[in-house]
Design a protein around this ligand. Structure first.
Ligand SMILES: [Zn+2]
Ligand SMILES: [Zn+2]
Length: 111
């Protein structure tokens, strides 16, 4: 996962913070978590945006954009409020692929 850009939450467009989740004794996963108080949204470089729930497997977003070169879930790196566009970047450190999507239906942007 690259460290030069932090992902934004796909619900709040807040900067997410890096976390380490201990998965087992010798394996842990690195992911990012929304800083909004009650938001459970996470971004992991293998899963993309998920809302983890105890005891159930993560649900993938079907509209999650992927990098063509790496087939990785891309994360939101910028929100253009003026044009209502969301910019996506690939989590691979050297990848320059980006994607742009209109702010989708169901995703509410708070003023
Ligand atoms: Zn959030
Ligand atoms: Zn890539």
């Amino acid at each position: 996962m690259r460290t030069d850009i932090l992902p934004l939450c796909d619900k709040h467009y807040r900067t997410m913070e890096a976390c380490i989740a201990p998965f087992s004794a010798d394996y842990s996963i690195e992911f990012f978590r929304c800083t909004e108080k009650f938001c459970q949204r996470c971004f992991g470089e293998r899963l993309g945006y998920v809302t983890p729930q105890r005891g159930t497997p993560p649900v993938f977003s079907s509209d999650q954009p992927r990098c063509d070169s790496h087939n990785r879930p891309m994360f939101i790196c910028n929100l253009d409020r003026q044009h209502n566009l969301v910019k996506y970047a690939c989590p691979e450190p050297s990848c320059t692929d980006t994607g742009t999507l209109p702010v989708g239906s169901g995703i509410q942007v708070r003023p």
